[in-house]
Design a protein around this ligand. Structure first.
Ligand SMILES: *Cc1c(COP(=O)(O)O)cnc(C)c1O
Length: 405
């Protein structure tokens, strides 16, 4: 295991108690500080004995490789989306397709590390609040680890595929009569009372695994750093994880340029984007977040301040896209590129189009959009926004009439 310690992101003090989620001294956010010294003597090729995936980057991770709880996460494709680049007027555009992870979202990158750490600590019960994907992922990794799992979901707002996964992998599924922010408050209380080990992204080990998406992008682009990386922002840990990975690579001298980290939120759930437009380091929580992109339907993002730091510090940007723009980008990915993503994931691509139209993205930029989850997560939204199917008699002439007119 790479040497590391947990510190408070706000006051900087060391945090010894492995069961707290905030700083015991100031209430601030926690983060893992890795000892990067051993990596300074290495080159990217030294990692290539292991196939591309989260565990190729074990020297950057705060858990023991030999005791990992893994279902072979990461190693997702990076597609060059030429049809979309042309349509948007951007020189080079790629999509990092996180829908190809074992449970169909990037959450698996954080969970393999988070659950490995939980097992190291001897946790018997793990839990989380979730808009859906965190619970699907945690349920699978808890199964793999042989420990129990409880998930707290906002009632009626979880996409069918995600709910089915949590049930399928055998989690105790508790539907809270409230939104995600309410469900998280309950999960945090349960954790404070030591009823479960919390694996929401407020747990600093989760973003450590999520750093791997950036390491893979760099590998796949042969360390030719892109100008910009665009990330959908919900609870805001993923963009923070990408930033943390960028800073670590910079510190060990593997990159000498930093991509502009760009966070996209849904119009109806946009505290981070609003804070960015007001140029503030903190955000105002929103009470009733609403968007078709349920994975980012979050009004009080736990890592919102970290996300803003990531965006400001890299000269990035943040804006919103509305539900029509999200659905339109989702369709474009499907119909022009053959790539199926869920609505929240399409926010990054919708954001690329909007920021190019606004002139924020230059025509000569090389852009990577992270597409966070698989289309099959939310079949209802796809069916509701597609052309109707053809109802047809059991008869070839009737079929010909439909196809040939
Ligand atoms: C969790 C999730 C997000 C948001 O990630 P944060 O780290 O909460 O900002 C975006 N898209 C999908 C598909 C997700 O599952």
């Amino acid at each position: 295991m790479a040497a590391h310690k947990v510190v408070c992101w706000d006051c900087g003090c060391d945090v010894e108690d492995p069961f707290v989620n905030t700083c015991p001294r100031c209430g601030g956010l926690l983060t893992v500080k890795m000892d990067l010294e051993p990596l300074k003597a290495m080159k990217p090729e030294d990692l290539h004995k292991e196939p591309i995936g989260v565990w190729r980057y074990a020297p950057f991770l705060p858990v023991d490789y030999d005791k990992r709880v893994s279902i072979k996460e990461g190693g997702t494709p990076l597609y060059e989306t030429k049809a979309l680049s042309k349509e948007f007027g951007i020189k080079e555009m790629h999509v990092k397709y996180e829908g190809a992870n074992p449970t169909g979202s990037f959450k698996d990158r954080g969970m393999t590390v988070g659950v490995s750490h939980a097992v190291e600590l001897g946790a018997k019960v793990v839990g989380c609040a979730s808009t859906g994907n965190t619970s699907a992922s945690l349920a699978a990794y808890a199964s793999k680890a042989g420990i129990s799992c409880a998930v707290f979901l906002p009632s009626g707002k979880v996409a069918a595929g995600k709910l089915a996964q949590a049930m399928f992998f055998g989690a105790k599924v508790i539907s809270i009569d409230g939104n995600f922010d309410d469900a998280l408050a309950i999960a945090r209380k349960m954790s404070e009372e030591k009823q479960l080990y919390l694996l929401n992204s407020i747990n600093p080990y989760r973003p450590e695994g999520q750093k791997s998406v950036l390491f893979e992008i760099m590998d796949q682009l042969k360390y030719d750093v892109p100008d910009r990386i665009i990330v959908p922002v919900g609870n805001a840990a993923n963009i923070w994880a990408v930033y943390k990975a960028v800073k670590e690579l910079e510190e060990i001298g593997w990159i000498d340029k930093v991509p502009m980290l760009t966070g996209i939120q849904a119009e109806g759930a946009s505290p981070v984007a609003k804070a960015f437009s007001n140029k503030t380091a903190d955000f105002e929580p929103e009470r009733n977040p609403e968007t078709v992109a349920t994975a980012i339907r979050i009004g009080n993002p736990v890592s919102g301040r970290k996300a803003l730091k990531a965006i400001y510090d890299t000269g990035g940007y943040s804006t919103t896209v509305n539900d029509d723009e999200i659905i339109s980008a989702q369709k474009m990915l499907g119909r022009r590129e053959g790539v199926g993503v869920e609505p929240a994931s399409a926010a990054s691509v919708a954001g690329a189009k909007k920021l190019r139209d606004m002139g924020i993205i230059d025509k000569d930029e090389r852009v990577v959009c992270i597409c966070t989850g698989n289309a099959l997560k939310d079949p209802d939204t796809i069916i509701a926004n597609s052309d109707p199917i053809f109802k047809c008699a059991n008869d070839i002439d009737a079929v010909k009439k439909i196809l040939l007119g």
